[in-house]
Design a protein around this ligand. Structure first.
Ligand SMILES: [Fe+2]
Length: 343
């Protein structure tokens, strides 16, 4: 089987890797990856990634179920994020050694088979003790449609349906880890959702490169050396409005919007930096994307889905409420890995 991912160890020169921690300290302030807006007329009252949330609540991270109260489950998965580079805009100093790293570009090229890689974004995630990331695939893009104009769950259904491959803009992702947290392994299904789940520990200055739009992945629970914060009563219930501030001398301070405070050492936190790049198989597909040629719109998408659903014997889709339509598409096209089926 061809490789579906590259594990890079080490990634950066030691001083550059240490500087990745300094970038977060200098920025000094992280906010949560809050829900983005919903789109009118299509599942408008559902969270953007209700597909992931439902699966997490039913099955937890490991398929054994989730025993948390909803507020605790929400707090476990609402992590902190800041963007370091967006297109040509570099928002922090010293990220160049990461953003243009030849090993990342080379791995993205060979895994995707692309001739042209266009770096798109670099961002940092911080998870605090007790947090984890539900199994999911990332939000893909298609010519004409992305998360700015289309519900995220719909883009995810489009990818998994394979009905829109001619319009897809393949994206490769590199996730790199920095710092000393002992938990928070990256967990994923490198052979596809029907295969085995594997884990790679999130060791300092190592990275994985893979197509996170296609391959299901998540983050195992983040631990702290004392473990006390990973118990339900000890974890921060990170709702929207929570902030994480660098307090100097390796200390971070979390404030919840309810006024609670949690203090952490750097080593308690799981800090990762992600890179995403568009992958074009040839100059023609790059040109089409740059010139916005042959773009999809939402009515094309609905027509293509309706035609496919009719062929599957599903009729009366037009009469469904927007939320029921959204649920039907996720149930029809997104197959989450089911570990209970594995032997
Ligand atoms: Fe992801």
């Amino acid at each position: 089987m061809t490789n579906t991912y590259a594990h890079v160890n080490p990634l950066l020169a030691p001083a550059d890797a240490d500087h990745m921690l300094a970038i977060a300290e200098n920025l000094g302030h992280f906010e949560t990856y809050a829900d983005e807006g919903t789109s009118e007329g299509l599942g408008e009252s559902l969270p953007q990634r209700f597909d992931v949330g439902l699966n997490y609540v039913h099955r937890g991270l490991d398929g054994k179920g989730c025993s948390d109260e909803p507020a605790v489950a929400l707090g476990r998965t609402n992590y902190f994020r800041e963007t370091y580079v967006y297109g040509d805009e570099q928002r922090v100093d010293g990220i160049e050694s990461f953003a243009a790293h030849p090993l990342i570009l080379q791995s993205a090229k060979s895994l995707s088979g692309a001739a042209i890689i266009v770096p798109a974004i670099v961002y940092a995630n911080i998870l605090v003790p007790g947090q984890e990331l539900a199994i999911h695939t990332d939000v893909p893009e298609f010519r004409g449609l992305n998360r700015k104009n289309t519900p995220q769950w719909l883009l995810v259904c489009m990818l998994h349906s394979k009905l829109f491959e001619g319009w897809r803009v393949p994206i490769m992702t590199c996730v790199a880890w920095f710092g000393g947290n002992a938990g928070g392994a990256f967990t994923f299904y490198p052979g596809g959702g029907a295969g085995e789940r594997e884990s790679i520990s999130a060791d300092h200055n190592t990275a994985i490169v893979l197509d996170t739009d296609r391959f299901f992945h998540g983050v195992e629970r983040v631990k702290t050396p004392s473990l006390k914060e990973t118990a339900n009563e000890g974890i921060a219930q990170v709702g929207s409005g929570a902030t994480l501030e660098y307090a100097g001398q390796d200390q971070w301070r979390l404030h919840t919007s309810e006024g609670r405070r949690f203090d952490y050492q750097w080593a308690d936190l799981r800090y990762s930096i992600s890179w995403k790049g568009y992958c074009f198989v040839d100059a023609d597909s790059h040109h089409k994307w740059r010139q916005s040629e042959d773009c999809l719109n939402l009515s094309n998408v609905q027509e293509i889905f309706e035609r496919d659903l009719r062929q599957r014997g599903v009729h009366g889709v037009a009469a469904l409420s927007p939320d029921d339509y959204a649920r039907l598409l996720v149930a029809t096209y997104v197959s989450f890995p089911d570990e209970s089926d594995q032997t």
